[in-house]
Design a protein around this ligand. Structure first.
Ligand SMILES: [Zn+2]
Length: 298
């Protein structure tokens, strides 16, 4: 009889300990998941189209935002199609910072992306940029606005204006970030002007015509190899070779998103070389310094 009482007592004790442990673990777990959701919910979920916009957005938004780039490094924003997991991320985003200059990815996909997430705010970051007409036979405007540091400043200002509107509490932080980045963009612009100063109206031969805004700012002229988004014909190549010889061109520039085969053919014919320049790097500042040097050394 006494033994039975001891058993019941021990069994109850174990049960109580189990319940307490369970409560403790459950509570701990609850706090952990709560912490996690708080930190990720705290950040503003932002989507952008091309790599350079990632730097623009991160430099202003800092640790207050999360940025997802739709067109990954090495992909072509004229033809890229989003992946299913990117679509999912767009559904959870708060803002989409569009390039807004008529780039094909946005012309094709924006309506679908906003239909999937009607609450998402869509901002045109090219607002206030003077758009150039597309080269030669293309219709519409040249969408590659970001390659000009002067345009980059306008895009950054548009991002800043939107961030202080949706998160006014952190205005000082965004303002400080913007001013610091503006200083760097001004330096980039000044430095680029300096190293390209003796290249007045120099012609640069490029595979894909991404550089019109850059050429406008620094007094260069681009000659595209590609014609209407397609590879040149043999006749086209022959006339480009003639033009390169006439204009004393020694370097053919190719973006890493495109095949360099035709550029190699022309370079061989003129006894020149092929140099890669990237208009889409998400390491904007560093990359644009390299681009300016490449054009200056041609
Ligand atoms: Zn392009």
């Amino acid at each position: 009889m006494e033994r039975k009482v001891v058993y019941i007592f021990l069994a109850s004790l174990i049960l109580i300990l189990l319940i307490l442990t369970g409560l403790y673990l459950a509570n701990n777990n609850y706090q952990n998941t709560n912490d996690k959701s708080q930190t990720s919910d705290d950040k503003i979920g932002v989507v952008v189209t091309v790599g350079p916009q990632e730097e623009f957005t991160k430099r202003v938004g800092g640790d207050r935002i999360n940025v997802m780039v739709m067109v990954p490094q090495g992909a072509d924003p004229h033809t890229y199609e989003p992946l299913p997991n990117q679509m999912k991320q767009v559904q959870e985003a708060e803002i989409y910072y569009m390039v807004g200059s008529g780039i094909e990815f946005e012309l094709t996909w924006m309506a679908k992306l906003t239909a999937m997430n009607p609450q998402m705010e869509v901002v045109n970051t090219s607002q206030g940029i003077e758009l150039l007409p597309n080269t030669e036979e293309y219709e519409g405007n040249d969408p590659h606005v970001w390659v000009s540091p002067k345009n980059a400043k306008i895009m950054v200002e548009n991002i800043y204006t939107n961030l202080i509107e949706i998160d006014p509490e952190n205005k000082d932080y965004y303002q400080k970030n913007r001013d610091e980045y503006f200083k760097k963009l001004d330096e980039l612009d000044k430095n680029t002007t300096k190293i390209l100063s003796d290249q007045n109206n120099t012609k640069i031969m490029v595979y894909h015509p991404s550089w019109a805004y850059f050429c406008r700012d620094y007094d260069l002229k681009q000659i595209p190899i590609e014609s209407q988004g397609k590879e040149p014909t043999p006749q086209g190549i022959a006339s480009l070779v003639d033009q390169a010889r006439r204009d004393n061109i020694r370097v053919i520039f190719v973006s890493p998103q495109y095949s360099s085969t035709n550029a190699q053919v022309i370079a061989r014919e003129i006894g020149g070389r092929v140099v890669f320049v990237d208009p889409l790097s998400n390491n904007y500042m560093q990359n644009m310094k390299k681009v300016a040097e490449s054009f200056a050394n041609s």
